[in-house]
Write a protein that binds this ligand. Structure first.
Ligand code: UT7
Length: 330
């Protein structure tokens, strides 16, 4: 028994929109085929939020509303909401505010956090600090992205990968040794030219020319990003394991960001993890950026047992990357 306060995930909920964009439909949109997409990325289908005026908050609201119900948490008891996203409804106000308002969370402060595909991990670590400090008892961390809003559906190198979705977790204090044990996060701004959405910010505000040039869509130079993702995730998982004297057999689940099945398989191989202990759902959702990891936890929830050691890891735009070591609490 220990009295140290840790931040424990005490509930998880996901949401994906109804519309399913299949590889077959993509074949009608760009010069691609199911065989290429499946073998090069592992994606079979992704969910897309269709409808005028529907932003990322729509999915975050569904995930958080479900989380509150599932954990029997009263909205007024939530003290902080962090939404990791690169596809906020608007530049401001933050999507976290919109989510909180819609579900009746009135006594919390709320903010968005970027960090692209590592956003959920950065946000989880940030939220955890408010729990471990003793100042907060209920923190919600959401990872949500409507990638279809920033994907160019004439660019076959990106449109086949991404999907829309949201996942949310509740963080509460634990004094029994469960919860977030350790984390390592990194960033390297030299990756800016390899993975970015160029325009619409303060450097290149929106103009007719920026729209016509497609600069409001994702640009990715896939191969170098692939290599950096493999090396970043492998090394940070190793770093966390060494820091905590862990060997592979101590870890029940590896939960990698879902960007490409070949990245997941390579990272697993390098870390010596059998794929049966690696959470994988990229085939049905694609890369949902900040939502991939909470969506994995949601999908695999039934297979998680209290006390399981889990390592979450992600790599994304920036570059950003990291890993979190958790002893599952529920
Ligand atoms: O989540 C944030 C971090 N992001 C990542 O981790 C993503 C990392 N990168 C990747 O996952 C992969 O690089 C991609 C999936 C984006 C691309 O796969 P790749 O194996 O690296 O393909 P490539 O870009 O090297 O292209 C290989 C070939 C090219 O043809 P040529 O030049 O060899 O004739 C492409 O034009 O495949 C072609 N190609 C396609 N063919 C059919 C590219 N996209 C497609 C497509 N369908 N959709």
């Amino acid at each position: 028994m220990t009295s140290k306060i840790r931040a424990a995930i005490t509930g998880v909920q996901g949401y994906v929109p109804d519309y399913i964009l299949t590889n077959a439909e993509l074949e009608t949109m760009v010069d691609t085929n199911d065989e290429w997409i499946t073998s090069r990325t592992g994606v079979k289908e992704r969910h897309i939020l269709k409808g005028e005026g529907l932003g990322t908050s729509v999915m975050g609201i569904e995930a958080v509303r479900g989380l509150l119900e599932k954990t029997k948490t009263r909205p007024e008891d939530v003290e902080l909401v962090i939404c990791a996203t690169v596809t906020a409804d608007m530049h401001f106000p933050d999507t976290a505010n919109l989510i909180a308002h819609a579900v009746g969370i009135k006594n919390a402060f709320c903010f968005d956090l970027g960090a692209a595909c590592s956003g959920f991990l950065y946000a989880l670590t940030t939220g955890a600090q408010f729990i471990t400090s003793g100042s907060h008892k209920k923190v919600i961390v959401v990872g949500a992205d409507k990638m279809s809003a920033i994907v160019d559906y004439t660019d076959r190198s990106t449109c086949i990968i991404f999907g829309d979705g949201a996942g949310a977790v509740l963080l509460e204090p634990d004094t029994t040794g469960h919860g977030i044990i350790d984390y390592r996060h990194h960033c390297d701004g030299s990756g800016v030219d390899l993975l970015q959405l160029k325009a619409g910010g303060s450097k290149y505000p929106a103009t007719v020319d920026s729209v016509l040039a497609g600069e409001h869509n994702i640009y990715q130079n896939g191969r170098p990003v692939f290599k950096a993702a493999v090396s970043g995730m492998s090394s940070v998982v190793q770093e966390v394991m060494v820091r905590n004297n862990l060997v592979t057999d101590d870890i029940r689940w590896l939960v990698p960001h879902q960007a490409n099945i070949r990245i997941i398989e390579t990272v697993s191989r390098m870390a010596d993890f059998p794929l049966e202990r690696v959470m994988i759902n990229i085939h049905k959702y694609g890369n949902t950026t900040a939502a991939t990891i909470p969506l994995c936890l949601w999908d695999y929830e039934d297979q998680l047992t209290k006390g399981d050691n889990i390592i979450l890891t992600a790599f994304g735009g920036g570059f950003t990357w990291g890993a979190i070591y958790i002893k599952w609490a529920i």
